[in-house]
Design a protein around this ligand. Structure first.
Ligand SMILES: Nc1nc2c(c(=O)[nH]1)N[C@H]1C(S)=C(S)[C@@H](COP(=O)(O)OP(=O)(O)OC[C@H]3O[C@@H](n4cnc5c(=O)[nH]c(N)nc54)[C@H](O)[C@@H]3O)O[C@H]1N2
Ligand SMILES: Nc1nc2c(c(=O)[nH]1)N[C@H]1C(S)=C(S)[C@@H](COP(=O)(O)OP(=O)(O)OC[C@H]3O[C@@H](n4cnc5c(=O)[nH]c(N)nc54)[C@H](O)[C@@H]3O)O[C@H]1N2
Ligand SMILES: [Mo]
Length: 579
């Protein structure tokens, strides 16, 4: 994020795009509510009537998969109505001359035909965003989980550059990142193309630095993105690129990756699978070795928040049983494989990290401790360098010429469109009461009592009537790749033509249906768009029994005591999602 989370409160316009803070990040959502109380105008671009839409001044309820058409149209209006910050463009950017002509065809009327958003609403959004004097963009998975995702991120950045909404507090562009430490994983180099600190593995100077520090030769090849793994296990012709062993750590691809049938096949064809986790999960069912690790309150270390903020976390309780911290397991494996790793504690690891990463160099444990948190870049160990709450101060950007770069391109439709056999869009999202692959929240009885298997499919009341299903009834959802059973939830929050499932459920597992169409740059799958069909199940009693049996089996494998209730809605009372 170019800004810090607290700055959200003081934005004059919040443009919230494909991001559902109320369910996904309640603490961030509170900042959004506070901004509203302080007088901010809110624009919400989301195909569903989410909570943000309810408090928004303008809800752009676009058709799924039409993001770039909308973003380009907003740019077109800003250019057409001369709402640009010409000085900012001239002094602090390049590429506007090439960019502007690409926007020309995206008149609000043309965009309305793709996005289903009225042309006047697009004009209104452009004016609100461009003229407030301090507009901030927040975006989420409604942008990232498409085969055309990175283009939309750049499109949103174009809007900020052309209106000079960068380099001042409470402006900029914010991908509100997912997990508590997903930013930290990337900071640490858990990316196929980077060493720690976003330093490229293909840059010989950087490679040389890491080779010297670590005393081993390092590869100049970019690694494998997680979403390429099934292909490289199952279909790779080049023996040098074929994957034989898979070490999976803090991730449950057998639940969270797209097209689960293919993932399972890949896990089973892999010669050797290691799973390192704090709970049993679906991937663990395919593992040769399971390495039990400690959970967040049983170890200490540093997390990075979505706004680049390093935070210390502390151990609260002594772990029980035969477990080790993740870093101790990694050290032991490395040592056993012939590269001795002997750190005494996490501070030693941290110090090595900041010594090798110029952008983190000043963020010592002492400083993080004293200030409560430090946002990178923080280059100097002196206490006077408190880090960087917002980026691009003085309109300085990371390109070698110090300027921001416009990038324009055309909208592309999603890869798998609705058709006669699969007439509905399947879009997969989150819900407030359960977390990702549900190992953590599914092991919590309190949360299970609020909401349990097999989860829900949100549909428009009209689409529910068309197939004759009612709230709470079990339905079968099918795509070209597979099917699953879940409960029907009619709701006015969604428009006819689209079905929304959350990817938390072990039985109502929507990734049986999703597809591995990837963005060419980020390699993120198109989780937000697949063609599907929903079918009524005639024998509800039979289906309820099936669900119970399947759940008992999964819970047995996960080490959770068996469910006891059979009443409809008892597994999945639905309070959390319906409330
Ligand atoms: N309770 C809970 N919180 C979580 C998680 C969890 O599992 N449970 N997961 C965490 C993780 S890993 C992440 S990444 C974050 C993600 O948090 P969010 O980014 O909020 O994730 P989603 O709910 O997947 O998608 C956001 C919105 O995108 C909208 N959307 C769908 N299609 C489109 C489209 O075509 N265009 C636009 N503009 N919007 C669209 C959806 O309707 C949805 O409201 O949440 C984190 N927080
Ligand atoms: N259909 C669909 N699929 C999706 C998405 C979607 O929107 N729709 N969202 C995608 C996104 S954005 C994300 S981020 C992924 C998330 O998917 P995953 O990363 O697979 O899920 P998580 O639940 O975040 O955690 C993975 C595992 O980490 C374990 N774990 C927790 N803490 C620790 C720890 O300290 N150490 C170790 N070793 N393990 C630990 C958990 O028990 C769990 O088994 O799902 C993706 N999949
Ligand atoms: Mo995520």
């Amino acid at each position: 994020m170019s800004m810090g989370v607290p700055e959200i409160e003081d934005a004059k316009v919040l443009f919230i795009f494909g991001y559902n803070g109320a369910d996904s990040h309640p603490i961030v959502a509170r900042r959004i509510v506070r901004a509203k109380e302080k007088g901010a105008k809110i624009i919400c671009a989301d195909p569903r009537r989410i909570e943000t839409a309810r408090i928004a001044d303008l809800h752009l309820q676009l058709k799924n998969g039409s993001n770039l058409a909308l973003v380009n149209a907003i740019a077109q209006v800003i250019i057409q109505e001369a709402l640009l910050d010409r000085n900012f463009i001239a002094q602090h950017s390049t590429g506007f001359e090439e960019f502007a002509p690409i926007m020309e065809k995206y008149t609000p009327e043309y965009a309305a035909s793709i996005t289903q958003v009225p042309a006047e609403a697009i004009r209104k959004a452009a004016r609100m965003y461009a003229t407030s004097g301090g507009s901030m963009i927040l975006y989420g998975m409604g942008v990232c989980q498409f085969a055309q995702a990175v283009d939309v991120v750049k499109g949103l950045a174009n809007l900020a550059i052309m209106t000079g909404n960068f380099g001042r507090p409470s402006t900029g562009i914010g991908p509100v990142r997912g997990q508590n430490n997903v930013q930290g994983a990337c900071d640490m180099g858990a990316l196929p193309n980077c060493y720690p600190g976003y330093q490229s593995v293909t840059d010989p100077v950087i490679r040389d630095k890491f080779e010297k520090a670590w005393g081993v030769p390092l590869s100049d090849q970019v690694g494998c993105p997680i979403t390429h793994v099934p292909h490289r296990v199952l279909h790779e012709k080049d023996p040098a690129k074929r994957i034989h062993a898979y070490y999976i750590f803090g991730e449950d691809p057998a639940q969270s990756d797209p097209d689960l049938a293919e993932v399972r096949e890949a896990l089973d064809k892999c010669d050797f699978v290691v799973m390192q986790d704090i709970f049993m999960n679906k991937t663990g069912r395919h593992a040769d070795v399971i390495l039990p690790a400690t959970g967040w309150c049983e170890h200490e270390g540093v997390y990075t928040c979505c706004d680049r903020g390093f935070q210390r976390v502390r151990k609260l309780i002594e772990p029980e049983g035969d477990v080790k911290t993740d870093w101790e397991i990694i050290c032991a494996i490395s040592t056993a494989m012939g590269y001795p790793m002997h750190y005494k504690n996490t501070e030693e690891i941290w110090n090595e990290l900041i010594d090798l990463c110029p952008g983190f160099a000043g963020a010592t444990y002492e400083k993080i401790e004293k200030l409560g948190g430090v946002q990178w870049p923080c280059r100097d160990k002196a206490m006077s360098d408190i880090g960087t709450p917002y980026l691009h101060k003085g309109a300085k950007f990371a390109h070698p010429d110090g300027k921001a770069k416009f990038y324009g391109t055309d909208w592309r439709p999603p890869r798998e469109l609705e058709n006669d056999t699969y007439p509905l869009v399947l879009s997969t999202v989150r819900e407030v009461g359960h977390y990702s692959v549900r190992t953590m929240s599914g092991n919590c009885r309190l949360l299970r009592n609020l909401e349990d298997e097999p989860g829900w499919a949100q549909m428009s009341p009209q689409d529910c009537r068309a197939i004759g299903v009612q709230q709470g009834e079990l339905v079968k959802v099918l795509s070209k790749r597979g099917y699953c059973i879940t409960r029907c939830l009619p709701t006015d929050r969604v428009k006819p033509g689209a079905v929304y499932m959350t990817y938390q459920w072990w039985i109502g597992a929507c990734n049986e249906l999703t597809q591995a169409s990837l963005d060419p740059v980020s390699n993120t799958p198109e989780y937000k768009y697949a063609a599907c069909r929903v079918e009524k199940i005639q024998d509800q009693a039979w289906a309820e029994k099936q669900i119970l049996m399947e759940y008992a089996e999964i819970r047995g494998q996960m080490g959770i005591s068996p469910p006891t209730t059979t009443r409809r809605g008892g597994l999945g009372g639905g309070r959390a999602i319906r409330g």
